[in-house]
Design a protein around this ligand. Sequence first.
Ligand SMILES: Cc1ncc(COP(=O)(O)OP(=O)(O)O)c(N)n1
Ligand SMILES: Cc1ncsc1CCOP(=O)(O)O
Ligand SMILES: [Mg+2]
Length: 523
Amino acid sequence: MDETLTPGARRAMDRAASRARSRGAAAVEPADLLAALLDEPESRASELVAEYGMAPQDVREALGAARLDEDAIEAAGYGLLDEPAVDSPRSSAIRAVVGEATARARADGRKASVGTEHLLAGLVAEAAFVLEPLRDAGLDLDGLRDALIRDEAEVEPLPPLEGPPLDLSDSTRTVDLARVLDASANRAREGLRVVEDYARFVLDDPGLTRRLKEARHRLADALRGFDPDLLLAARDTREDVGTHIMTHSEQVRENPRAVLAANFKRTGEALRSLEEYGKLVDVWLAGRFEVLRYDVYTLEKLMMTAVHAYRSLADCRLMVLVGGLPTLGDVTWIVGEALAGGADVIQLREKGLPDRELLTRAREVRILTAQAKARFILNDRPDLARLSGADGVHLGQDDVTVRDARRIVGPNLVIGVSTHERAQLDAAIVSGAGYLGVGPVFPSATKDFAEPELAGLAYVRTVAETTNLPWFAIGGVDATNVDRVLEAGASRIAVSAAVVKADRPRAAAAALRAALDAAADGR
Ligand SMILES: Cc1ncc(COP(=O)(O)OP(=O)(O)O)c(N)n1
Ligand SMILES: Cc1ncsc1CCOP(=O)(O)O
Ligand SMILES: [Mg+2]
């Protein structure tokens, strides 16, 4: 890593790495950094958070993060200061946070090093979800955001560029450069707007829309590094030879997805152009377009995953989990009943079967679901999901990661991820999950949870406000409580006992299906 950290920021990064290691995580995550930043009450980040309504000790309580027990961590073999965090693996989210912090430090004085306030600004800009729990506990998050990340309209223009590169009176070559930059800036702005419209109006997804809007604002911020008057003066659209050249592929778009793909491509290309030609103006400024380009690639992946997931699960509402049954015949019967009652996804969840037997059952369920035009998800096992021709695989927080599962299942299978809290939700979305398990909502007869592990209806409401990726409320859902789950914002449920252990599974599935359909009709 090449960012220059102030001593306070370095200590925070080190503590974040220690926190990540002590909880057994493979990489440092934004939540580690937030807790680490606020471990030191005299840091600028802590002062800022205090200014906006929260004392550091209240923050720790709200985050559920104890003060870092440095002795315990060292005793466990994770030296705090002898293993600097800069060498620790960082998640893509934390890299984005540090990238943003670096850009902000530079914006403050270009050569200034990254301080704790910049890291906090990076978190607010790139991983605001980790601060959300603090809002309920009294933090004026919007005020803090405004203070750290000034709004597009309020951002002061960067100081005028030194030297002559964009002085139009200087030479025709600089006019040409300004024309390139102006055209690329417009392309990037327009491309981002088109993809934002897709997230907003086609996917109806608040989380993706917010991320794209933030990217658009960061683009506007970076473009202030060029003098807008110079770019405008250089614009000569009528004489632009390129405006008359239109290829067939530019004129034809097969469907909205093709519009999306083309505009992501266009945005990436325009950012590359800004970056390359920007180097002739200011290397640091060029770096900001590079960071943005990587962000856009990530967003493209998230959007395309979401589009794929919507397509494969859009109409699915009732997932029934089957498993733990004595014979293949029992599985065949219960799956048939669930499908006849209106289940449109069957998840095979077997915990103790030998692999060969599990694969046989998975193949049987694949055939039955295909006949009923329903989806088939296999729990826990990407390898057998692929071999059985399943539509997807479901992974919990302790199962293999989405990234590793994707290596096994290839590009087409949907990967679902269990989430029990907001941080897991955000991480699952960023990891490329195609759908989400949301729960446990109520105590379950199928899987044991201690009372504090229940995510409850409050979490269902949070998810409903956050994402439009397909998600299934799960855990103890049955005919007696399904209406409360639907009122909390769910439109899909995953159940086991309510169907599998019912006296009349088909009727039980049909009753749940009717409740889901009625709620969908009423929306
Ligand atoms: C739709 C759905 N949501 C959550 C789960 C639970 O997955 P996991 O946490 O991995 O637990 P097990 O099911 O493996 O015991 C699920 N299976 N499906
Ligand atoms: C696997 C799992 N994960 C969270 S709750 C649950 C069990 C769902 O079954 P039931 O509907 O019987 O509670
Ligand atoms: Mg699992």
